[in-house]
Ligand binder design. Sequence first.
Ligand code: AMP
Length: 176
Amino acid sequence: MDASLPDRLRATLRDVPDFPSPGILFKDITPVLANPALMRDVITAMVAPFIGSGVTRVVGVESRGFLFGVPMALALDVPFAPARKPGKLPWRTEREAYALEYRSDVLEMHTDAVGAGDRVLVVDDVLATGGTAAATCRLVERLGADVVGVSVLVELGFLDGRALLPERAVHAVAAF
Ligand code: AMP
């Protein structure tokens, strides 16, 4: 793996102060999406620690988790399933409530998205307080599947999201 990838990623992400509310320094990933060479390296880095772990499904968290989760699922040659905001999924759903850095919310998955025997890799763009990833892991497990790990683009280490994921294998390409 390219040793400078975390530096390239940190240099490409755009910091937007006070978005979506005062005091939040938002990590804008759109410059990463606009850079195909960086995206290719990032997707490779996000799946690398989990190759050989028997992943059978990638679950991406709405909405920026989809942007990384789908190419990761293709790279691993496994199905992708979305964890979505409430009321978006059309079929039968299971739900999980959680607290975010700047609000509280609910995530839903289709009841047939993952199940017994599945080994799931949970994907999102930013690990902040860890509430979103932890809720997604709980939802996946409630549907009968095992969580292999959590893979994120960047981790805001000062928020200690890993504290909410104590038994999980958590991987971030870069940390702040
Ligand atoms: P958390 O549940 O606190 O770990 O928050 C993670 C979720 O909120 C992810 O889906 C992120 O996209 C989003 N998020 C939280 N904080 C930020 C931030 N500072 N910059 C960008 N996205 C964030």
